[in-house]
Write a protein that binds this ligand. Structure first.
Ligand SMILES: Cc1ncc(C[n+]2csc(CCOP(=O)(O)OP(=O)(O)O)c2C)c(N)n1
Ligand code: SF4
Length: 287
């Protein structure tokens, strides 16, 4: 970190990406897409400019959910599928903190699917990054809600035959106002999306294509499949949904920006920190 204070009126970059690294060596498989997401997040946080101790990363369980441990920020590695519940409570209790929830498609769309749709609807000011590899990596390769119907594996011979759901259109239908797609092998582009997502005044959702090289080695082909989106950002919910559903899922960029001033669950500012502590203290009053 650069300790020299910024001269008044002069804009200097206070942080570098390395200021957000914990120094712990990730135990992800070599080549896992999550390395790229970690790099992008560190770059994005450096650009955003808040110090590590004002940022909290909340995750569930999964390979991707290990990410908070590899940063220098505060972290909460919680329970499978409950990252958004914890992140929501944290943001309401401490609106001064930058809250970012992270995890996988299994964590966020399967066991955590209900929290996902309500987080979109509640519009609490936070960023949610899903590292989607269309598989449960940590538990050795079960299909997830985004797995292709014909993906053949030892666990699901011939494929599960079920239509995957589209996380972006689900987010928009559920009320999210900032919806984007990034790719782990384009960390600079992803960092830019992360900065925009952090600055968005409400719930922001970034779906990141992040290959699992161990259980989905064919996802190496995603490097060839992804492309920059049209560049035109839809502001109409129906039009954005139509565009997403017409896409093959490999267009990158911000897809939808809705109402910046949409209603949001707000923190109860009338309740003080001391009041909260008194309520939850053993023997404290119950309301
Ligand atoms: C309540 C509960 N159910 C199931 C599990 C087992 N489990 C751990 S991680 C995981 C899925 C991880 O997949 P994903 O979220 O897509 O993350 P990835 O490992 O692919 O990054 C499951 C089912 C658990 N830990 N807790
Ligand atoms: S199993 Fe897949 S998701 Fe997990 S660390 Fe290895 S490559 Fe990444």
């Amino acid at each position: 970190m650069n300790d020299t204070p910024a001269p008044v009126g002069e804009c200097v970059r206070a942080f570098a990406a390395k200021d957000f690294a914990s120094g712990a060596h990730p135990i992800w498989c070599p080549g896992c897409g999550d390395y790229g997401v970690l790099a992008a997040l560190e770059r994005g946080l450096a650009i955003q400019g808040r110090p590590p101790h004002e940022v909290v990363l909340v995750s569930g369980i999964g390979c991707s959910s290990r990410l908070p441990a590899y940063t220098n920020c505060y972290g909460f590695h919680g329970v499978h599928g409950r990252a958004l519940a914890v992140a929501t409570g944290l943001k309401l209790a401490r609106p001064d903190l930058e809250v970012i929830a992270v995890g996988g498609d299994g964590d966020g769309y399967s066991i955590g699917g209900n929290h996902f749709i309500h987080a979109c609807r509640r519009n609490v000011d936070m960023l949610y990054i899903v590292m989607d590899n269309r598989v449960y990596g940590m538990t050795k390769g079960q299909p997830s809600p985004t797995t292709e119907p014909d993906w053949d594996s030892d666990i699901a011979p011939g494929g599960i035959g079920l239509r995957p759901f589209n996380p972006l259109s689900l987010a928009i239908a559920s009320g999210a106002n900032f919806v984007a797609r990034g790719f782990s092998s384009k960390p600079d582009d992803l960092a830019a999306l992360i900065v925009e997502g952090i600055r968005w005044p409400g719930f922001a959702f970034i779906e990141v294509l992040s290959p699992c090289v161990t259980f989905r080695p064919e996802q190496a082909d995603w490097k060839r499949k992804v492309r920059a989106g049209s560049g035109s950002i839809e502001t109409d919910r129906a039009a954005a949904t139509a565009a997403i559903l017409a896409d093959d899922g490999f267009s990158l960029g911000i897809v939808f920006k809705g109402d910046r001033a949409a209603p949001s669950v707000r923190p109860d500012v009338a309740v003080s920190q001391a009041d909260i502590e008194a309520r939850f203290a053993i023997g404290g009053r119950e309301t």
